[in-house]
Design a protein around this ligand. Sequence first.
Ligand code: SAM
Length: 473
Amino acid sequence: MYNVKSKKAEEFINHEEILATLKYADEHKNDSALIDEILKKAELKKGLDHREASVLLACEDKEVTDRLYKLASEIKEEIYGNRIVMFAPLYLSNYCVNGCVYCPYHQGNKCIARRKLTQAEIEKEVIALQDMGHKRLALEAGEDPVNNPIEYILESIDTIYKIKHKNGAIRRVNVNIAATTVENYKKLKDAGIGTYILFQETYHKESYERLHPTGPKHNYAYHTEAMDRAMEGGIDDVGLGVLFGLELYRYELAGLLMHAEHLEATFGVGPHTISVPRIKKAAGVDTTQFDNGIDDETFAKICALIRVCVPYTGMIISTRESKEVREKVLKLGVSQISGASKTSVGGYADENVHEEEDSSQFDISDNRTLDEVVNWLIKSGYIPSFCTACYREGRTGDRFMSLAKTGQIQNCCHPNALMTLKEYLCDYASSDTIKVGNEMILRELEKIPNEKARKIAKENVEKIAMGERDFRF
Ligand code: SAM
């Protein structure tokens, strides 16, 4: 039976409730009075539930989609302004004991070279990432208790935070590793991680079990209840995601929103981020067997719906997506993007490791350098932000949410974005990026509403130009 507050996966992600939701959506997809009512509720910018979202997703009326896109852009603008947070993934190890059929790390895959970074190799990777200008990483690893135990992940986090090369620093390490115990989540929290990210892959239990035939990840309940354990372990910023293409997207959106509703109802705080990966070609994986792929238009509609349904949850898009798709969804709600990513273990520092080579996880569609991405964002009117202040100031979980909900976060995020962009321009940017970036900073500093904050931000930007670093509100 469906119970949003239950601790049991099959009760808070309830199959019958999803089927009833999809049926309701089909029955009401042309009910213009109801759709108008849902859109009016959405215009209050306080979110929608999985049923309301499913009706909008099922509705094929172009006018409704246009209204949804307009609203998603407005919410994006109001809550996140024109800032886009930058990050890069760091692949530590592709050893894995699971059998996930869509993932090239699956245990039986003989097509990829297995590799695990030593601490010395991690240092090289991190220096390469710092030399690009990155400040925020997402750690990635396969699940392997022998090769990648929690101690290895913890040691790696410690190594990463300690590396100070020139003006570089990794100031926030997010972690995307397999579902684990409350005790291990406590250890990750103590190691100072930012967000704990775990993609559900699919919310459809039967498909989940078929797609994860072997290994610990086969256990649907253990995987689905991971965020509850992470929160119990003290991690209050958690990141959800669905791997679109595995199951029917309408089922997945309903499940994803039910998961967010569950966290909010149980812990008083919803997910910090939602990622929207789509399945990609990969070595040793027959992606043609996944026939639930979604086209760019449907993908855009899903992004817009997530923005409207959970306005205060950041939305992440990776380099799995092309420049064109990224351009479109940035307008509709995406607030965080990766740049210059390598999905191979050791891919940043080791010139002999190429993306075409076998250790990479999946194909990348956006191959631009970080400077090219930053330059493109600035010219498109977005402020690339390397800010990591909220988490370092303890503004996580419900403290972040309550600030965001009262609009206060704007007074911190906007100047922080400008100050960290200034650091990037001083230390890493090309001459054209320096030019357009400095013009943007001058323009945007004037938009800081609070006079005192504006004055401090201007002074700090000057100090950064003179060599000082790491200011934050
Ligand atoms: N091993 C961890 C786990 O079990 O969740 C997470 C690390 S894995 C490197 C990160 C994510 O990559 C997975 O959760 C999956 O969604 C995604 N992924 C796997 N195969 C993919 C593919 N062929 N195309 C796109 N994304 C893929």
